[in-house]
Design a protein around this ligand. Structure first.
Ligand code: ZN
Ligand code: ZN
Length: 371
């Protein structure tokens, strides 16, 4: 279960982006495309290294062009190894100019990730012989399997996240609010090197812990409460994700039983992870444990998800998902039990799929933290 992936010669991020652009360019002809337009931020970063907020990337067979605005002139020169065009007005104007200049006819675009307005604006400016062709999903497929340098970045993000948790837990006591705890966790993670949380930190006490995506409120913790903490760091562009449970006071027999069920389910899920396994089978492994405890109806979400440049990205590990795991995928395993008017328990780790099993990146103990 703890086989370490081989860490090969890590490419520099710029080289890595270039290699990825070559893969996209080489696939153009087979997809009957003359060019591929990338507009979705994480895909654009993956293929270019550019971290700014306003850009388009056009991948052509022989070259790629990144279009951005003058605010990013210096940054683009530092981050990007392909041709950069600094647009004076709307990026589409320069993009369409390049499409005309290169006599591009079929431009693949990412339909799920472009607004109707952006699509119409672009379509209305295209040269007469050019057309937009829906061609999404391919970059997301590439992104599922992480390179050694990506895994290293996710590992660092996971460590920062876990350190922030360890530094913060000793300060938890009755009387502090959910918001206090969430703020402290986020402050700590930033002090430890994170750019920001990878999603809005979830902290919920008592009956509110039964809400899988609870927003922290001004509610004060009381003795006899379960507290769910679901947190992640974003570091060097990469996400981590972890859920741990705290208990204020002496846990009841019921809390202990549900905790044991969820922990066994999580371990069964992790045990099922290896290259070649169907994602649905990992979900089934966790779900079957909860069934034995009569708690499967209270497990109302999928067992896990991929994470990387985005906190939720393919693959999904749910009941009806069709995919198979591949070595180098980074995923979460996070079964949970949610009982209305009582509370909820979830345990979540970030792991890397390997040929023979997985490596668990999250170093934090999975014991229920009794305070
Ligand atoms: Zn989470
Ligand atoms: Zn998660």
């Amino acid at each position: 279960m703890a086989n370490k992936p081989m860490v090969g010669q890590a490419l520099s991020p710029a080289n890595e982006s270039e290699t990825r652009r070559h893969v996209v360019a080489a696939a153009l002809a087979g997809r009957k495309l003359d060019a591929f337009l990338v507009s979705f931020g994480p895909n654009l970063r993956y293929l270019s290294g550019f971290t700014g907020s306003n850009a388009l990337l056009l991948v052509l067979p022989g070259q790629s062009i990144l279009f951005t605005d003058p605010r990013y002139q210096i940054q683009a020169a530092q981050e990007v190894s392909c041709t950069v065009t600094i647009a004076k007005g709307p990026l589409e104007v320069d993009l369409v100019g390049a499409i005309a200049r290169h006599r591009v006819k079929r431009v693949g675009y990412e339909p799920a990730l472009m607004s109707c307005e952006a699509f119409r604006s672009l379509e209305s400016r295209l040269p007469a012989k050019a057309s937009l062709v829906a061609a999404g999903g391919s970059v997301e497929q590439m992104r599922m399997v992480k390179s050694p340098s990506e895994i290293e970045r996710i590992r660092r993000s996971v460590l920062t996240n876990s350190r922030a948790f360890e530094q913060t837990v000793p300060g938890v006591r009755p009387g502090i609010t959910e918001q206090d705890l969430a703020a402290e966790l986020e402050y700590r993670m930033r002090r430890l090197g994170a750019e920001k949380p990878s999603f809005e930190t979830i902290v919920a006490g008592g009956v509110r812990s039964a809400l899988p995506h609870a927003q922290p409120t001004a509610a004060r913790f009381q003795s006899g409460q379960l507290i769910v903490v679901d947190m992640g760091a974003l570091e060097d562009g990469y996400c981590s994700d972890m859920t741990r449970m705290l208990y204020l006071g002496t846990p009841t027999a019921k809390v202990k039983r549900i905790y044991r069920a969820v922990l066994e389910a999580q371990l069964a899920g992790i045990d099922a992870v290896r290259a070649g396994t169907r994602t649905a089978d990992v979900d089934a492994a966790a779900r079957n444990v909860l069934k034995r405890y009569g708690l499967d109806r209270a497990f109302i979400h999928s067992t896990g998800h991929g994470l990387g440049l985005e906190i939720h990205e393919p693959p999904r590990l749910g009941k009806s998902d069709k995919g198979r795991l591949q070595a180098g995928m980074t995923i979460t395993v996070e079964p949970g039990v949610y009982l209305e008017d009582y509370g909820g328990i979830r345990i979540e780790d970030t792991i890397v799929v390997t040929e023979r099993g997985c490596e668990i990146l999250t170093p934090t103990s999975r014991e229920l933290r009794v305070i």
